[in-house]
Design a protein around this ligand. Sequence first.
Ligand SMILES: [Zn+2]
Ligand SMILES: [Zn+2]
Length: 154
Amino acid sequence: MTGGCSCGAVRYRLTSEPLFVHCCHCLNCQRQTGSAFVINILIETDCVELLGEEPQAVSVPRSGGKKQKIWRCPTCQVAVYSQYTSPRVRFVRAGTLDEPSAVAPDVHIFTRSKLPWVVLSDDVPAFDVYYDTQKLWPAESLRRIDALRAASRR
Ligand SMILES: [Zn+2]
Ligand SMILES: [Zn+2]
């Protein structure tokens, strides 16, 4: 899968399948996107191959005093991915894919702040806040994240 910013300076290719796809309805994501939710493709940082210009990291305050890094195109400022905790995992904004329909959410999170007119189907799990990764992620994704943790201990 390939994607990029609006002006075309930042281009990327995902060299692996997503670990998991979040649709997050939290207030931070609503503010950051100016929209109802964000669709994040969780994937190993090493699997985000940059084909164009290097996006620039911007430190964005979150509620609770923490900061989050969001990488933006240096020219048009469109956000292409972010990082929450581990620098080894990127949260790629699925709306920046060349074909956004290529992915669909595996889970809806923070639905406690979901806008009331966003209606979810019953076939995708939804959680008021967060969920248990061990229960929801496919075995192959758990194996990949374990490999990342092992690598970060070396
Ligand atoms: Zn751009
Ligand atoms: Zn969120």
